[in-house]
Design a binder for this molecule. Sequence first.
Ligand code: GRF
Length: 207
Amino acid sequence: MASTLPSGKMKLAVLISGSGSNLQAIIDACAEDSFPAQIEVVISNVAGAYGLTRAKQAGIPAVIIEHKQFPDRPAFEDALQSALDAYDIDLICLAGFMRILTSGFIARWPNKIINTHPALLPKFGGEGMYGKHVHSAVLEANEKESGPTIHYVIPAVDKGEIITQSRVAVEGDDTAETLAKRVLEQEHVLYPKAIKLIAEKMGFKSK
Ligand code: GRF
């Protein structure tokens, strides 16, 4: 588990399920000496996730824990916890991780799990609001702007405290795909910023 007295860089576990472009943004940020965090382990619940390749290319330990191999969520999360226990993790970053975590797991990591959501929470969040569904709902509601939100994870889906957001204009000719692309570009900038903010607030250093 995490140490209480910060020393050196904040140690991250990044949880993914897919492409891992946000993971890549975090890897790239961590490559800077001045960045106050480092990735200890990447964990994917999907064996073929491209993010695993990104982790390997960066020389970061990559672990596969397939949720479908377990009878229920708590059993999956016990395996997740065991994998995390092998490292000294200060913060868990969900980056396109497509499993809802139970309150039992979240309670083990109070204020130590963050997530990125591709819309301006508290709007367009909650169960079922993921991927294309989010951007279609934003367009349907005729919103003038959208953008990513980085927030703490609590048992109520997408309802945890907002850490930071950034905004993009919704264009008249936007489709869910074009909007998704612009929001994702912003996520890649915002997620490392949020990690830096937390690390500095918690007193971690760049060395
Ligand atoms: C991001 O848009 C994130 O907000 C959502 O899933 C996408 C993940 O993309 N939860 P990637 O795997 O980081 O490329």
